[in-house]
Design a binder for this molecule. Structure first.
Ligand code: ZN
Length: 91
């Protein structure tokens, strides 16, 4: 990115790696971060790392989960027949 400082240029290039985000959108995201209050930017950074480090696949259904089993599998009240795999088994 021409004309930007290395930190800004690096962040634009990093955001541009997201699917559907081109260099112009990445640039707008960086400008948003520069304008927003510091706590909001810090929260976004923390949320990204929390999702990255604390998201797993459920041991039972392979849905995304924050623990060994997902919230659906932990909920005994749920009707498990609603899950897509149970529909496949009935075919
Ligand atoms: Zn599950």
């Amino acid at each position: 990115m021409k004309g930007y400082s290395p930190n800004i240029s690096n962040l634009i290039q990093a955001f541009a790696k997201f699917p559907g985000i081109g260099p112009r959108s990445a640039e707008r995201m960086v400008f948003y971060l520069l304008k927003c209050p510091t706590p909001e930017a810090r929260r976004m950074a923390e949320l990204i790392m929390r999702v990255k480090e604390q998201t797993f696949f459920c041991e039972q259904c392979f849905n995304l989960s924050e623990g060994r089993t997902c919230h659906v599998c932990q909920d005994d009240a749920r009707n498990r027949n609603k899950f897509w795999w149970s529909k496949i088994r009935k075919m």
